[in-house]
Design a protein around this ligand. Structure first.
Ligand code: CO
Length: 208
């Protein structure tokens, strides 16, 4: 990506939109009512909108290293609150991806400075599922499985928030766990079941 070309690209994009609809930007400026909150990885290869065919206005997006939902992260917690309470999204998606550098780094024993506390959240997922993961002898398969388990754990973290529990009860908010397979380009649905998640955690985490 040549940084000098960005403004030129933008002009072309504006023109292409206006050619199809002269009121495109006027309509866009009137507000947003996306139905989906997408929480994904910052990885440059996993473009949220492009890989699911979304247009401006379709999805509310939050991206960070390894698509994490740490309970004390004010950033992701604010995004969830705003999307669920104020925008009234119908779906919350946590989308991970195979070959995730963040997950890979968490599997290695190395000091990465400021990244340590962030990656520790992934190490916690490993510890929670250590028996299953250690039983996988193929390292690549173990890495892929940790990516999937991490997505599941972040979905559980979404379900631990009061606003999500309330929206589930009041209007049937749904949570989805997906993995993007960079190798094939396909999205894989992990079929995360909100009912089951809630059954498993509500004894301890019920807020509302
Ligand atoms: Co990643």
């Amino acid at each position: 990506m040549n940084i000098d070309k960005i403004f030129e690209n933008n002009k072309e994009w504006v023109n292409s939109k206006l050619e199809l609809d002269k009121d495109y930007f006027k309509n866009l400026s009137e507000g947003q009512s996306p139905e989906v909150l997408y929480i994904g990885c910052s990885d440059s290869r996993v473009t949220a909108e492009e890989l699911i065919g979304a247009q401006p206005g379709d999805i509310f997006v939050h991206r960070n290293i390894a698509n994490m939902v740490p309970n004390t992260d004010l950033n992701v917690m604010s995004v969830i609150d705003y999307a669920v309470v104020h925008l009234g999204v119908k779906h919350v998606v946590v989308c991970g991806h195979y070959y995730c550098g963040g997950v890979k780094a968490a599997m290695a024993s190395q000091d990465l400075g400021i990244l340590n506390p962030w990656l520790r959240n992934i190490r916690d997922v490993y510890r929670t599922h250590q028996e299953e993961l250690d039983a996988i002898t193929d390292e690549e398969q173990r890495y892929r499985r940790l990516v999937e388990l991490n997505v599941q754990q972040q979905c559980i973290n979404v379900a631990k928030t009061a606003e999500v529990q309330r929206a589930y009860k009041k209007r049937g908010l749904k949570i989805h766990g997906w993995v993007f397979d960079i190798h094939s380009g396909h999205l894989i649905d992990l079929n995360v079941d909100f009912e089951t998640i809630l059954e498993g955690i509500m004894d301890i985490y019920r807020i509302d």
